[in-house]
Design a protein around this ligand. Sequence first.
Ligand SMILES: Nc1nc2c(c(=O)[nH]1)N[C@H]1C(S)=C(S)[C@@H](COP(=O)(O)O)O[C@H]1N2
Ligand SMILES: [Mo]
Length: 259
Amino acid sequence: MHRDPDDAARLKALRRDLAPDLARLERRMVLRGGLSLGALTLLSGCDLSTGSNGSLADRVLWAMSRANDRVQRWLFDPATLAPTYPASMIDTPFRFNAYYPPDNIPEIDAATWKLEVSGLVADKAPWTLEKLRALPQESQITRHICIEGWSQIGQWSGVPLRTFLERTGADLTAKYVGFKCADRYYGSLDMPSALHPQTVLALDFAGQPLAPEYGYPLRVRVPTKLGFKSPKHIAAIFVTNDYPGGYWEDQGYNWFSGI
Ligand SMILES: Nc1nc2c(c(=O)[nH]1)N[C@H]1C(S)=C(S)[C@@H](COP(=O)(O)O)O[C@H]1N2
Ligand SMILES: [Mo]
C-alpha cells in the first residue's frame, strides 16, 4: 500500500495510454447529454483541471470512482475494449497488492481446491482446476490499474467468464455475479461486465499458473475496471439479483469503477 519511486513514470505512461480513452469518454458524455469532463468534475466533487496531486489520469480515475454508479452505468458501453499491449511492455516483476502483507497470502492446496457455484445457475456442480483448463482459454496483455495510483501491464490467461456462465447454465438476465475468496475478500460485477469479452477467470499469469501472490489458483481479471474489481483466490461464484457488494465497495469505494 506504499508508493515506490517508479510510480511517477508509471502514471506518466498511464496518462499517455488513457489519453484516447479520456477523449472518447468526454465525447460520449457530450453526445449522451451535454456532460463534459467539467461536469464530471462537479458531479464527483473532484477538480480535474487544477489541483497539485497526481496526473490527469490519476485524478480522472478518482473522479470516476466518486461519480455515482448510475452515471457510470449510463456511460459504460459493454462493447468498449480495454487497450492491449505487446509482450515487450509487460512489467516484471509484477506488483503484489492486497489488504494484507505478503506473509498472509492464503495457502491453497490444488488437490482439494474446488470452485463452488450457486444462485441462479442450472448446474451447481463444483469445478476442479482440470475441468476449468478443459474449457476454451483466452489470453490478454492488459494494464492493471489500482485505485491507489499505480498501474502495471501483465498477461492473464484463462476461461472467459461468459463461457463459464454459459456452461453452467447461469441466468444471464440476472443482475450480478458475485465472488467469494479464500482470504476475506469478496466482490461482484454487473452482468454486462461479467459477460464482457475481456473478463476472464484467470488461471495463468505470464504463461505460468498464477503464483500464490497473484491469486492462485484462480482469479477474476476485468481489464475494463480498476484492480480491486478483480478478486484473487476465488473459491465460489454465485449469480444473483440481490446486490452483493464487495470488500472495498462496502468501505466506500465506488462499485462500478470502470469505463
Ligand atoms: N482475494 C483478494 N483479491 C484482491 C485483493 C485482495 O486483497 N484479496 N486486492 C485487490 C486489489 S486492490 C488489487 S490492486 C489487485 C492486486 O492484484 P495483484 O496482486 O495481482 O497486483 O487484487 C485485487 N483482488
Ligand atoms: Mo487496488
